[in-house]
Design a binder for this molecule. Structure first.
Ligand SMILES: [Zn+2]
Length: 294
């Protein structure tokens, strides 16, 4: 039995299937299970509180987020046409990133991206079908994939005001002025040069690229992508959160190996930060010990 067992893989972008109520029930039960801590109780509270079927759902849910890159039976996967569009869009966004530079790409809004693609032959104009695909992806309720976080940006064409952010030297990343910059500066001061900013502000185009590229690498599996990357519009990187890492640790900064680093130990032992996606969270997202909640 799997989470949202009535949910069959969708063909392309067919009408989303309503699974919200069942999700809520599962998460409600998960909270009850945790609250009652069956390990320390000598009564069979677990069976009384949650029917066996939900217990199976919870186990299945935890298996998913603990193994985010594994395929699951009820994952939503694009159909052949969807995969063709995914392929074209991911490659075009990749060319856009190469052309405008990785830094600028982080803060590009949707309209600027379309214009840049039109202007530069090396990128090539987005087709009508590709734009429809992007719009449908943006409008789709991420709960369909199993991503339970709330939407942060509701307008596809929303931009970021240049006055509201600035580039963080030597990182290629941007942070919002105010709380985000203050928090990062404070962490750097406390932890020292070992702490680096690995990802700051991500505009809608960047989030599209990360999310869709992940799906592209896993045969059009949108649910799998959503366990590691928030679907466009749902990322807190658009509103202030940022990622930190250990200097010199490379890709390890985006894996659970990050918890073995001095930077992580320092941040956590001193209680300097709060994490957005904690271990076994109920948002449908893997554990992200590098993602700082603002
Ligand atoms: Zn992050």
């Amino acid at each position: 039995m799997v989470l949202g067992s009535t949910l069959a893989p969708l063909e392309g972008f067919a009408k989303p299937i309503e699974i919200h109520a069942s999700h809520e029930k599962i998460f409600h039960n998960l909270e009850e299970l945790e609250d009652n801590n069956p390990q320390t109780s000598d009564t069979p509270a677990l069976t009384k509180i949650a029917p066996k079927i939900d217990d199976a759902h919870i186990k299945d849910y935890l298996t998913k987020i603990r193994n985010p890159d594994r395929y699951h039976a009820d994952d939503i996967i694009l159909d052949t046409k969807g995969k063709q569009l995914l392929d074209a869009v991911v490659k075009r966004l990749g060319r856009l990133q190469e052309t405008v530079g990785h830094g600028n790409f982080c803060i590009f809004d949707f309209d600027t991206s379309i214009q840049a693609a039109r202007r530069h032959p090396a990128i090539g104009e987005f087709t009508k079908e590709e734009l429809d695909f992007l719009e449908e992806t943006f409008c789709r309720d991420a709960k369909d994939y199993g991503f339970m976080g709330d939407k942060q940006i509701n307008k596809l064409t929303a931009g970021i005001n240049e006055r509201d952010f600035s580039k963080i030297p030597y990182t290629g990343n941007y942070l919002f002025k105010g709380e985000s910059q203050r928090k990062f500066a404070e962490l750097q001061k406390r932890v020292g040069e070992e702490l680096i900013l690995t990802s700051g502000i991500r505009g809608i185009t960047k989030q599209f690229y990360l999310f869709l590229n992940k799906a592209y690498l896993y045969d059009g599996n949108l649910s799998l992508a959503s366990r590691s990357l928030a679907p466009p519009g749902y990322s807190f990187h658009a509103t202030g959160d940022f990622d930190v890492g250990q200097r010199g640790f490379g890709g390890g900064n985006f894996s659970v190996r990050f918890i073995s680093t001095p930077v992580f130990h320092f941040l956590t032992s001193k209680g300097y930060v709060e994490y957005r996606y904690k271990k076994d969270n109920m948002l449908g997202v893997r554990y992200e010990p590098w993602h700082i909640k603002l």
